[in-house]
Design a protein around this ligand. Structure first.
Ligand code: TTP
Ligand code: MG
Length: 345
C-alpha cells in the first residue's frame, strides 16, 4: 500500500512548539512583503481558521478578521525546514521508499497499514507535531485519504473500496482535474466522481478527446499511479537560537562551528558530500538573511565553514538588528556511499 502524510497546520504548529503559550491563541503565520501590513497569510492554526483566516489571504483581510488574542508571526522557513527534516527521518526509518513532495508532505510505502501508521503518528507526536496519514492502493487516493479526517487523521482505503470512497466527492478532487475541466464537466451535468464514472464514454471523448476521457474514467474508478519518485534529499541544515543576541563574529563563529559538527555527523551517517554551503542568520526582528556559495565537493562541514569567512562577513553586514538565530545549510548533495571516502584522497 501507499501512504501519504500531510502535517497539520504545519508552520503554525512549529511556532506553537517553541512557544507553547501560543497554543491557546489564534496564530497566523505571515509572509510579509514590506512591512506588517502587506503580504499574505502563509498558514494559520485551527483557532485562527475558526475566525475565517486561511492560507493565501491578504494580511490586511486577516487583520480585519482577527480578534484581540490573535498573534501574527513572520514565517521562519529555516526552522520549519529543520522540523520537516525531523519528520522525514521518522518516515525514512519506517519505510525504505519515500518521496517527499513538499515541506510538509510525503508519500511512502507502508506494509502494516493502520497499525504501523499509528506508530509513525505517535513518533511525530512525541516531537510535538501533528500529522494526518492516508493509506490507499495508489498515490492519488492516499493523498485524498490523508485529507479525509484531518487534523490528526488516519484513514485507509482498502483494495476494492476505491469507488465507494470516491463516490460523493467532487470531480475537482481527482488528481489532474483543475477548475477548467471541472467547469466543462459541470456543463455536462457531471459534478461528482460517481456521475463521472457513469457518464457516457463517447460523449466524454467528444468533449475532451479520447485520451483525456479515458484518463478521467480511470481516475473516477480510483485507478492511479503507485510509482514513488526518488527520495532526493537536496539539502541538510542545522539552526539554533543563540543564548544571547549578538553580532560579534567570534561569538557567532563558535555557534556555527557547533552546528557544523552536528552536520558532520549527519553527513557521515547519510554518506553524502556537498557542493553548496549557506550561512543563515535571523535577527531580533525575525528577519531572515542568507549567504551562499558553491565550493569544491566536500564531505567535511567544519572545514567548509572554515573556508567560508567571506560568507560570514557578508552575512553580518546585512542585518540592522543583532542576530538571534544562526544556521548552516549544505546543499547540492551527492551520494558517496559507493565511493571511497573523499577525505581519504
Ligand atoms: P498545507 O499542508 O497546505 O497547510 P497546513 O499544513 O498549514 O495545514 P493543513 O492542516 O490544512 O495541512 O501547507 C503546508 C505549509 O506550507 C503551511 O503550514 C504553510 C505553507 N503554505 C504557504 O506558505 N502558503 C500557502 O498558500 C499554503 C497553502 C501553504
Ligand atoms: Mg499540511
Amino acid at each position: 500500500m501507499i501512504a501519504h502524510i500531510d502535517m497539520d497546520a504545519f508552520f503554525a504548529r512549529c511556532e506553537e512548539l517553541r512557544n507553547p503559550r501560543l497554543e491557546e491563541k489564534p496564530v497566523v503565520i505571515c509572509i510579509y512583503t514590506r512591512n506588517e501590513t502587506s503580504g499574505a497569510v502563509s498558514t494559520s492554526n485551527y483557532r485562527a481558521r475558526e475566525l475565517g483566516i486561511n492560507s493565501g489571504m491578504p494580511i490586511t483581510e486577516a487583520r480585519e478578521k482577527a480578534d484581540e488574542d490573535t498573534v501574527f508571526l513572520p514565517a521562519d522557513h529555516e526552522y520549519y525546514r529543520q522540523k520537516s527534516e525531523e519528520v522525514m527521518s521518522v518516515l525514512r526509518s519506517h519505510s525504505r521508499k519515500i518521496e517527499k513532495t513538499s515541506i510538509d508532505e510525503a508519500y511512502f510505502r507502508i506494509k502494516g497499514g493502520k497499525k504501523e501508521a499509528r506508530k509513525i503518528k505517535a513518533r511525530i507526536e512525541s516531537k510535538g507535531l501533528s500529522a494526518s496519514i492516508g493509506i490507499a492502493p495508489n498515490k492519488f487516493l492516499a493523498k485524498l485519504a490523508s485529507e479525509e479526517e484531518k487534523p490528526d487523521g488516519l484513514y485507509r482505503v482498502g483494495e476494492g473500496e476505491e469507488k465507494q470512497f470516491l463516490n460523493g466527492k467532487k470531480v475537482e478532487k481527482l488528481h489532474g482535474v483543475g477548475s477548467k475541466t471541472a467547469e466543462k464537466l459541470a456543463e455536462e451535468g457531471i459534478e461528482t466522481v460517481e456521475q463521472l464514472r457513469s457518464a457516457n464514454n463517447a460523449a466524454l471523448a467528444d468533449r475532451f478527446g479520447r485520451k483525456n476521457a479515458a484518463s478521467l474514467k480511470d481516475k473516477s474508478e480510483g485507478k492511479g499511479s503507485r510509482k514513488l519518485g526518488k527520495d532526493e534529499q537536496k539539502q541538510i541544515s542545522r539552526i539554533k537560537t543563540m543564548e544571547r543576541n549578538s553580532r560579534d563574529p567570534d561569538y557567532i563563529r563558535k555557534e556555527l562551528q557547533f552546528l557544523a559538527e552536528s552536520l558532520a555527523n549527519r553527513v557521515e551517517e547519510k554518506k553524502v558530500a556537498f557542493r553548496g554551503i549557506t550561512l543563515i542568520a535571523v535577527d531580533a526582528d525575525l528577519q531572515n538573511y542568507t549567504r551562499s556559495k558553491k565550493i569544491d565537493t566536500s564531505d567535511r562541514p567544519t572545514e567548509a565553514l572554515e573556508k567560508s569567512e567571506d560568507l560570514l562577513e557578508k552575512l553580518l553586514s546585512d542585518p540592522e538588528e543583532d542576530i538571534r538565530r544562526v544556521g548552516i545549510r549544505i546543499s547540492d548533495l551527492v551520494d558517496t556511499s559507493k565511493q571511497s571516502k573523499l577525505s581519504s584522497f
